[in-house]
Design a protein around this ligand. Structure first.
Ligand SMILES: [Zn+2]
Length: 62
């Protein structure tokens, strides 16, 4: 039995991720449909990824 560990790389630079940021995406007004994703980043790009998530949320609200 082999269990593959998914590669977690920074989504800005592609290096090995050292941090994961929870991205709670509400797909409906219904509270039950909350999709939780994890976005990965290295230490240098933690803030960039975080701000990227915030920006995507703004687009969804429009
Ligand atoms: Zn990075």
């Amino acid at each position: 039995m082999t269990s593959e560990i998914p590669r977690t790389v920074c989504e800005i630079c592609g290096q090995n991720a050292t941090a994961g940021i929870l991205d709670n995406e509400v797909t409906n007004n219904n509270d039950r449909n909350i999709q939780i994703r994890i976005r990965y980043s290295c230490l240098d790009h933690y803030l960039q990824v975080y701000q990227k998530i915030q920006g995507e949320r703004k687009f969804r609200l429009l």
